[in-house]
Design a protein around this ligand. Structure first.
Ligand code: ATP
Ligand code: MG
Length: 317
C-alpha cells in the first residue's frame, strides 16, 4: 500500500474544526523534512521503499544496518513508515536535526495489506519497545485549544528552521493534516529558485500562497508583514541571482548531496536507480570514512543551466 497523501491546513482554526469535527482531541507530532520510506521484510530481508514505489538501494542498506529485524519477524503483517533524515541524504539533506549521518524517524505503523494505521499511542508504544527513533509528539490537545497551541509550536519550530507539524486523530481513523512554518516554506523556495527552471511551478506557487494565508490567520500588520515580504522576496531572488551570475561565468550549477555507505555495491545500484528516474548525476570517487565510504553526488539540473545560458546568449523567453 502506498503512503496516503496528507492534506494541508491553510487556516488552522477552520481546517481543524471542519476536518476533525468528530473527535474531542488531536495529537500534534513534528513533521520532519527528509524523505518518506516504507520498511518491510520480503523473504526475511528488510527493504525500504520510497514514495514512488521504488526499492531504494541506499535506504535499504541503511535500514538493514540500523533496524532491529526482530520487529518484522514478530510482526510480519506490519509496515514501518518513517522519514529518513540527516546530512548523508541524497534526496533532502538537512543539518538541522542533530543527526550525524542518516536516521529513520518512525511516524506511522500500518497493516501491510489494508494500509490501516495503528492508533497513535499504540504505535508510539510499540516503536518504543523496539527502540526505534520516533518523531516528536508535542502533545494531545482539546480540539478547541489546538489552533492556538499549534501556532505557538510553529513559531518555535520556525526559529530553529524545522519544518512543521502533522495533526492527527489519536485513533488514526480520520486522516491527518499538515501545517508548516514560514521559514521552512522560504527554505524550500531558496533551494527551488536556485534551480528555477527544473522545479515545478506548482511547487513554487503553493509556497507563496501559504505565506498569504498565514499572515492573515496570524493577523499580521505593518512591520510583521514587511518582515514576511522581505523574507519571501529574499528567498526567491537571491538564489536566482546567484544562479544567473554563476552560469554567466561559465559555472554549471548543481545540487550537491552525499551518501554514506557500507558497501560500494550500494553506490552502483543507487546510480542505476537515479538513472532510471531520469536524474543526471555525477558521483565522486568514494572517500573512506571509518569502516564506511562517503560518496558525493552532483545532481545536474540541466534545464536551469540550459535556459539561463541561452538567455546569456541573447535568446528570448
Ligand atoms: P504529499 O503532499 O503527496 O503527501 P509530499 O512529500 O510533497 O507528499 P509533504 O509536504 O512533505 O508532502 O508532507 C507529507 C510527508 O511528510 C509524508 O509523506 C511524510 O514523509 C512526511 N512526514 C514527516 N513527519 C511526519 C509525521 N510526523 N507524520 C506523518 N508524515 C510525516
Ligand atoms: Mg516532505
Amino acid at each position: 500500500m502506498g503512503f496516503p497523501k496528507i492534506h494541508r491546513a491553510m487556516l488552522l482554526k477552520p481546517a481543524i474544526e471542519a476536518h476533525f469535527s468528530d473527535v474531542e482531541t488531536v495529537c500534534v507530532e513534528e513533521k520532519m523534512n527528509g524523505f518518506n520510506v516504507r520498511i518491510v521484510t520480503v523473504d526475511g530481508k528488510i527493504i525500504a521503499i520510497t514514495r514512488g514505489g521504488y526499492v531504494c538501494p541506499y535506504s535499504t542498506e541503511r535500514a538493514q544496518k540500523f533496524l532491529d529485524i526482530d520487529f518484522f519477524e514478530e510482526h510480519p503483517e506490519l509496515v514501518l513508515h518513517g522519514e529518513m533524515v540527516g546530512p548523508d541524504n541524497p534526496y533532502i539533506p538537512k543539518k538541522i536535526y542533530n543527526v550525524k549521518s542518516l536516521e529513520l524517524f518512525v511516524f506511522d505503523i500500518r497493516h501491510k495489506h489494508t494500509g490501516i494505521p495503528l492508533p497513535l499511542h499504540e504505535r508510539r508504544q510499540l516503536a518504543e519497545e523496539y527502540g526505534f527513533t520516533q518523531v516528536r509528539l508535542f502533545g494531545e490537545f482539546p480540539k478547541e485549544e489546538a489552533p492556538l497551541r499549534i501556532s505557538e509550536i510553529i513559531r518555535e519550530l520556525g526559529k530553529i528552521e524545522h519544518e512543521g507539524v502533522v495533526i492527527k486523530d489519536p485513533m488514526m481513523e480520520i486522516a491527518p493534516l499538515k501545517y508548516t512554518c514560514s521559514q521552512s516554506n522560504c527554505a524550500d523556495l531558496k533551494h527551488a529558485f536556485k534551480f528555477y527552471n527544473d522545479v515545478g511551478r506548482d511547487y513554487l506557487f503553493s509556497r507563496v500562497v501559504r505565506e498569504g494565508f498565514q499572515a492573515v490567520e496570524w493577523k499580521e500588520t505593518g512591520d510583521d508583514i514587511d518582515k514576511r515580504c522581505l523574507q519571501l522576496g529574499r528567498s526567491i531572488l537571491y538564489p536566482m541571482i546567484d544562479s544567473i551570475i554563476n552560469i554567466g561565468n561559465g559555472v554549471r550549477i548543481a545540487d550537491e548531496v552525499q551518501m554514506k555507505v557500507s558497501s560500494l555495491e550500494t553506490v552502483s545500484k543507487f546510480k542505476e536507480y537515479l538513472r532510471r528516474q531520469g536524474m543526471e548525476a555525477i558521483f565522486s570517487e568514494p572517500e573512506v570514512a571509518g569502516d564506511e565510504f562517503i560518496v558525493k553526488i552532483r545532481k545536474l539540473n540541466k534545464s536551469t543551466n540550459d535556459k539561463t545560458l541561452s538567455m546569456w546568449k541573447g535568446e528570448t523567453w
